[in-house]
Write a protein that binds this ligand. Structure first.
Ligand code: ATP
Ligand code: MG
Length: 567
C-alpha cells in the first residue's frame, strides 16, 4: 500500500472529547471516525485490525467444532415477549416499527433468534449437541456510550450458542469455549483473567467473564494472590477486613449527634473508624419494606441485594418514603425498633457492637448488638468487597483490586430460554425435554480498543504481532534521490511478494513527520532507506516495541522482517 494514496488521516493533537488512550489513539491513527454518539466507522487502518481479530476468533471457534452462521439483525418483538426481555432489556433495546406498525428490535444478542431456529429443527437427542456462532453487528442503546468503540451502541460481537441433551454435554462445550477464549487472548497478545461474574440480562447462574487488564477499564475485579480466586466486583465475596475494631460501649446508648449526617461526619464525631458504623439503607421490594445493613466503610451491591431478595425490581425508597417509615429525616435511619424486614450484610455476624441511626433527627445509637437490640430476618453477602479483604475461598490470602475491560462472557444458560420458548426435543426415553443451553459472547470491536489499552506509549500504538495492520513500513528519506527510489521499490515489491502487508511511505514529507506518523500508527517494524546507508548497500531497521535500530544489508531486509514475525 502506498501511503500517498492510502486513506489514513492522522493527527497530532489529542482529541478533547476522547478520555482514554485507546479512543484518542484510534482517532489520531485514522482507525475510526464517529458518525454519532456510540456509532463508528472503521476506516481502512482500523478495519484491517478488526479483521485480524475476527480471523483469530473465527479460527478458534471453528477449532471447537462450532459452526458459523449469519442470523438476522432485525428481530420481531414477539420473540422478546416470549422470554420477557422486551421489558427486561428496557431502554437498551433499539425498537422500530415496520410499515404495518409491527414492532421490531435491532438485535442486542441472539438467544431468542437461535432458540427459535433450534425449536423448529432439532427434534431428537440424536441431533445434539450443536453449537452455532456468528460474527455480527449488535445494537444496544447504552445508557452511557463512551470511550469510542469500547462502549458503543453499534458494535461487533462474536456470539455462540450451544444446545445439549445433558448437563455433562453443556459442561464439555462450556469448557471448550473457555479454552478457546484463553487461546484467543493469547494469540491476540492480550493479558487477561477469567473471573466469576454476574449474568445481568442474559440469565443463568454459572458464568465467567474474560477481563483484559487495563487501568482505563470499566470492570473491577478482585483476585487472591494465594489461591487464584478471581471474581468481578458484582460477584466477589470476602471474609471482610483482616482486623475488626472493637466496640467500646457494651450497652446501648442514645447519643445526640447534631448536624452529623454522613459516615465521615459521624465516625469523626465518635472518634471511631468508619467500619464501626453501620449504614441502614431502606428499599422497597415487591410487598415489603426492607432495611439493609452494611458496614460504614463499604457500599451496598444492589446486584447482590436483588439476588438475596430474589427480586430484580427492588428499589431504594424515596426521601418521602424514608421519612414516613422512620419518622426522621434522611440520614438517621437505624434498625432498632424499625418496622421493616432487616437484612444484614454477612460481615455483620462478626460485629460485637455497632453505631447506627436512632430513627430520630440528630441522634445515633451506640453499643447496639445484633440479635439483642434488633433481629435481622437473615444475613447475606450484600456489601462490596474492599481491597485487602481476606479471601473467602482460601481464608488466608488478601484480595487485590484490578481494573480491566470485559472482553468475553460465557454462560451456562441451562433451560432459561428453551423453557420460556417451549423449545424441546425427545430424549432417549421419548420424553419431551427443553434444550439445555449455553451462550458465549466476545467483543470483537472492543478487543481492538482493549489491545491498544495494553499496548501504547507516549508516541502512539505498539501493535502486537498478531494484530498489526501492517507488518512493516518502508520509509525512504529522500524521494529526489534515484538510488533511494530504486531501493524502495525493490524492497516494497520483495516484502509484498514474501506475503507481508507493507505500507510504503512515499509521501513528500520530511523524515521527522514520517517517523512520527509511523510510530503513531504503531507498526512494529520500519525499514528506513537513506542515501548514506544505501551507499554501503545497507538499510536501517527500527523495531518499535524494543525501540532499537539495526543496520543490515539491504538484501537482508526481507529476511529481517521474516525473522521478526516468525520468532
Ligand atoms: P458490559 O457489562 O460491558 O455492558 P455486557 O455484560 O452487557 O457488557 P455481554 O452481553 O456479555 O456484555 O456481551 C458480550 C461481549 O460483547 C462483552 O463481553 C463485550 O466484550 C462486548 N460488548 C458488550 N457491550 C458492548 C458495547 N456496548 N460496545 C462494545 N462491545 C460490547
Ligand atoms: Mg457481560
Amino acid at each position: 500500500m502506498r501511503w500517498s494514496k492510502y486513506y489514513l488521516p492522522t493527527y497530532k493533537e489529542v482529541p478533547k472529547d476522547a478520555e482514554i488512550p485507546s479512543h484518542q489513539l484510534m482517532l489520531r491513527a485514522g482507525m475510526i471516525r464517529m458518525l454519532t454518539s456510540g456509532v463508528y466507522s472503521f476506516l481502512p487502518m482500523g478495519y484491517r485490525v478488526l479483521r485480524r481479530v475476527e480471523t483469530i476468533v473465527r479460527e478458534e471457534m471453528d477449532r471447537t467444532g462450532a459452526q458459523e452462521v449469519q442470523m438476522p439483525v432485525l428481530h420481531p418483538a414477539e420473540l422478546y415477549e416470549e422470554t420477557g426481555r422486551l421489558k427486561n432489556f428496557g431502554e437498551i433495546l433499539f425498537q422500530l416499527k415496520d410499515r404495518r406498525a409491527r414492532l421490531f428490535a435491532l438485535g442486542p444478542t441472539h438467544e431468542e433468534v437461535v432458540t427459535d431456529i433450534a425449536r423448529a429443527e432439532i427434534k431428537s437427542y440424536r441431533q445434539l449437541p450443536q453449537t452455532l456462532y456468528q460474527i455480527q453487528t449488535k445494537f444496544r442503546d447504552e445508557f452511557r456510550p463512551r470511550f469510542g468503540v469500547m462502549r458503543a451502541r453499534e458494535f461487533m460481537m462474536k456470539d455462540a450458542y450451544s444446545f445439549h441433551a445433558s448437563d455433562e454435554s453443556l459442561h464439555d462445550t462450556y469448557a471448550a469455549m473457555a479454552g478457546a477464549y484463553r487461546r484467543i487472548l493469547e494469540r491476540l497478545g492480550l493479558e487477561g483473567v477469567q473471573v466469576q461474574a454476574e449474568s445481568g440480562a442474559i440469565g443463568g447462574d454459572i458464568n465467567e467473564e474474560f477481563i483484559v487488564l487495563a487501568d482505563a477499564g470499566e470492570s473491577v475485579m478482585f483476585r487472591c494472590a494465594s489461591c487464584g480466586y478471581a471474581a468481578n466486583d458484582e460477584r466477589a465475596v470476602s471474609l471482610g477486613p483482616a482486623m475488626l475494631e472493637k466496640e467500646l460501649s457494651a450497652k446501648m446508648e442514645n447519643v445526640a449527634t447534631p448536624g452529623q449526617h454522613t459516615v465521615d461526619e459521624v465516625s469523626a464525631f465518635f472518634k471511631v473508624s468508619k467500619q464501626r458504623l453501620v449504614k441502614t439503607l431502606l428499599y422497597k421490594s415487591k410487598w415489603r419494606d426492607i432495611a439493609v445493613l452494611v458496614p460504614g466503610d463499604r457500599e451496598l451491591n444492589e446486584v447482590k441485594l436483588a439476588k438475596a431478595l430474589d427480586d430484580p425490581d427492588v428499589r431504594p425508597m424515596t426521601p418521602e418514603e424514608v421519612e414516613a417509615l422512620t419518622g426522621a429525616p434522611v440520614g438517621f435511619a437505624g434498625p432498632v425498633g424499625l418496622k421493616a424486614i432487616i437484612i444484614a450484610d454477612e460481615l455483620m455476624n462478626a460485629y460485637d457492637g455497632m453505631i447506627v441511626g436512632a430513627n430520630a433527627a440528630d441522634a445515633h445509637l451506640r453499643g447496639v448488638k445484633m440479635g439483642r437490640d434488633f433481629k435481622p430476618e437473615r444475613t447475606a453477602p450484600l456489601s462490596t468487597v474492599v481491597a485487602g479483604d481476606r479471601c473467602a475461598s482460601c481464608g488466608k490470602g488478601e484480595l487485590q483490586l484490578q481494573r480491566g475491560v470485559e472482553i468475553g462472557h460465557i454462560f451456562k444458560l441451562d433451560v432459561k430460554y428453551s423453557k420460556a420458548m417451549r423449545a424441546t426435543f425427545l430424549d432417549q426415553e421419548g420424553q419431551e425435554q427443553p434444550f439445555i443451553m449455553g451462550c458465549y459472547g466476545f467483543g470483537v470491536s472492543r478487543a481492538v480498543a482493549a489491545a491498544i489499552e495494553q499496548h501504547y506509549d507516549e508516541r502512539g500504538i505498539r501493535w502486537p504481532k498478531a494484530l498489526t495492520p501492517f507488518h512493516a513500513v518502508v520509509t525512504p528519506l529522500n524521494l529526489n534521490d534515484e538510488s533511494t527510489v530504486g531501493a524502495m521499490e525493490r524492497v516494497y515489491a520483495e516484502l509484498k511478494a514474501a506475503g507481508f502487508d507493507v505500507l510504503l511511505d512515499d509521501r513528500d514529507l520530511r523524515p521527522g513527520p514520517k517517523f512520527k506518523d509511523a510510530e503513531l500508527i504503531g507498526v512494529p517494524m520500519r525499514v528506513t532507506l537513506g542515501e548514506r546507508n544505501l551507499k554501503d548497500g545497507n538499510c536501517e531497521i527500527f523495531y518499535r516495541l524494543d525501540d532499537r535500530t539495526d543496520v543490515v544489508p539491504l538484501a537482508d531486509a526481507v529476511a529481517s522482517v521474516r525473522r521478526y514475525y516468525e520468532a
